[in-house]
Ligand binder design. Structure first.
Ligand code: SF4
Ligand code: SF4
Length: 112
């Protein structure tokens, strides 16, 4: 016990101050996917490769609609890899707790 205490005093604090202070994820971290609506062509490539089936594209009242549900996303990055226009990118964002289900959807629309 005394040895552990001695070692702790020698090495100092080893943990971060998160969540009191923000902790920045590494640059290659695979976090929350972000969609850039202006770049999306609704090609469906991301839908085809998503292993969790959490991206859907449908036509609704003359609009193309892309819905990405963060519930079930495994942050694999396949959508990011196949989107040639860079319309979907994984980010460093990892704080995704939410009180409502609506916050866990990203929806973009475009008139056909
Ligand atoms: S996000 Fe990219 S891959 Fe997915 S539909 Fe839009 S353009 Fe296609
Ligand atoms: S990161 Fe993977 S699981 Fe998440 S939306 Fe993209 S393809 Fe689907």
């Amino acid at each position: 016990m005394l040895k552990i205490l001695e070692m702790t005093l020698k090495t100092g604090i080893q943990t971060t101050k998160y969540p009191q202070e923000p902790d920045i994820a590494p640059l290659d971290f695979r976090g929350k996917p972000e969609i850039f609506p202006d770049s999306c062509t609704f090609c469906g490539n991301c839908v085809a490769v998503c292993p969790s089936n959490v991206i859907r594209i449908k036509e609704d009242n003359g609009e193309m609609v892309l819905v990405l549900s963060y519930c079930g996303c495994i942050f694999c990055g396949r959508c990011d890899e196949v989107c040639s226009g860079g319309a979907i990118k994984l980010t460093q964002e990892y704080e995704m707790a939410s009180r409502t289900k609506d916050d866990l959807y990203c929806i973009i629309r475009r008139k056909v």
